[in-house]
Design a protein around this ligand. Structure first.
Ligand SMILES: [Mg+2]
Length: 126
């Protein structure tokens, strides 16, 4: 059976093998990877700095965003591997919490934070 190149497991394996080939394990502590993730996320953010509408209009802009998004993903996959995080399970758990905080019937079409709704109850956060 062939490997799905778009699966999280395949991407994580590619990133792990890339680092292993370069013997970067000693540098990839969860702390360093969390910091690197933040740096890369800010490099992504920088691409939108001082733009009027934050849109990506040119092929060059889209390529730059893709490059930084890939950097973010590499750091996240490395961090999850080193920190023992099951990313698909973590995503499912987070979406479950978010669904309780943001019920469709209440928030559809609104960008308000969950605690800005008048009927918000603190126990919904958990
Ligand atoms: Mg970068």
């Amino acid at each position: 059976m062939s490997e799905d190149p778009r699966s999280i497991d395949t991407m994580a394996r590619k990133v792990r093998e890339f680092g292993e080939a370069r013997a970067w394990g000693p540098f990839h502590s969860p702390r360093n990877l969390a910091m690197a993730l933040s740096v890369e996320a800010n490099e992504l953010l920088e691409l939108y700095l001082w733009s009027d509408d934050g849109d990506t209009r040119t092929e060059q802009q889209r390529a730059a965003v893709a490059g930084e998004a890939a950097d973010v993903l590499m750091c996240l996959l490395n961090l999850c591997a080193r920190a023992g995080v099951d990313l698909p399970a973590a995503l499912d758990a987070k979406l479950e919490v978010a669904a309780r905080k943001y019920p469709v019937e209440r928030v559809r079409g609104s960008a308000l934070k969950y605690d800005a709704y008048p009927e918000w109850e603190p126990d919904r956060e958990r």
